[in-house]
Design a protein around this ligand. Sequence first.
Ligand code: NAP
Ligand code: MG
Length: 519
Amino acid sequence: MLPPYRNEPFTDFSKPENEAAFRAALDQVKAEIGRHYPIVIGDEQISLDDTFPSLNPSRPAEILATFSKGAVEHGEKAITTAAQAFKSWQYVPVADRARYLLRAAAEMRRRKHEFSATMVLEVGKSWAEADADTAEAIDFMEYYARQAVRLADSSHLLYPNAGEQLGLYYIPLGVGIVIPPWNFPLAIPTGMMVAALVAGNTVILKPAEPSPWIAWKLCQLFWDLGLPPGVLNFVSGPGRTTGAHMVAHPQTRFIAFTGSREVGINIFEQASKVPPGQIWLKRTILEMGGKDAVVVDETADLEAAAQGIVVSAFGFQGQKCSAGSRAIITGTVYDEVAERVVDLSRKLQLGAPDLGRDIDMGPVVNLDSMQKIMSYVEVGTQEGELLLGGSPVETADNGYFIPPTIFGDVPSNARIAQEEIFGPVLAMIRASDYDDALAIANGTEYGLTGALFSQDRARLERARHEFHVGNLYLNRKCTGALVGVHPFGGFNMSGTDSKTGGPDYLLLYSQAKSVAERL
Ligand code: NAP
Ligand code: MG
């Protein structure tokens, strides 16, 4: 008997005891700096001479940990091992599989700040952002554990047939390759991985290059619970080679990916090929980028709208697929909102987030990312008016700090209004009226999240139908989806709309078997 699902509460860091506990967790994690973490395939740990570092983007000289650079042969071995483990894991009763998730959730809750502190160091999350990431990971485990038990035997959904006993069972697929991004480096790998495991599949987790440390800690949590060897394998290594090899492998049954549009399309294409010896069509679960908009009309609560724009644009330095990187504002209130957005953004505290809970914005994740973002800032200066930011902030430790950067009067078809920048860059766009604003909002190839601030009932209703995004928010920010509350995933080039944290998600990791026995 399970208590009803509820979201993990966020930590109130204004309470001195919580602040002290978080500082202690940071110290604990800092004491672990400098270790090497192996590839784990079955019960074997493989340490290679060829390694790569996980760096602290606030102080890139600080090497937090090193990881073995897994090659194609390690991917190969992991798939064979996972295929072997699948032979028995698929028949482990769903309640037993769910129990691993529940026990892992309980343990992660006990060690919550340790996991969050790891993300503060490894990817530069603020305390609040890291805390929310860990809470989401816990939510995924609690939620999918319950969903798996609900789904596994769905025989009650069938209509009776005289003289037959009927069954409808959701059974697993096989070996899955789980390929997460680095930006929700705990919640996203947890979500994809535990969904696959609880549905009865075996997994190879290939962490994103900037965030292998937190991914390793997640896997270790499951290994420590006595998960049978080979059910969860950890292969760190380059996506382009090792990841791509596993995607193409004939024994791979499915790929769960979250990341960029470019890589998502590549995986979609590669997975559609049927190499010799492959006896199924691979399934792909692909969640990709966004160019999300916050729309504000002249009836809106303008202060709430300005606050919503700022949080959506600059939370975790704009490095969210759900980030509100466009603010589309109707003409009569544009100037007032733009001014307020600039004012509020100017007040955001930038710095190394391990320094304290007051830091709102940390660094961007790495040098490549910083260079890409700055090249878009360069483009932006040709396309709009720079209202705030625009140059990196230099620090003694050469951290990758970019301040909130805002461009005004950006044309809706400008590159900075169409392409995902994935950094703290906001394009403000002037719309002539609500019709125009909605057309601009829908005028990208993405369709992930969107928000509308308005007090006009007819417009709010119209947005429900016409604002073409997977996650629509009315009179609130466009980030911060909660598991089980706001099932998450986008349309068009934002991916396959898998709706993580929703009641249908586990279907993607399962196949239905119908059984009829003549009585
Ligand atoms: P990315 O560059 O696409 O990388 C994602 C993962 O794919 C990494 O683990 C990467 O490994 C791997 N990879 C790269 N090339 C590959 C290949 N050819 N075959 C197989 N795997 C490959 O994305 P990112 O920079 O980590 O994350 C940012 C992106 O994720 C943004 O576009 C963001 O919008 C998107 N995102 C979407 C959602 C959503 O729910 N829709 C949520 C979060 C983030 P390496 O790191 O080793 O290259
Ligand atoms: Mg890092």
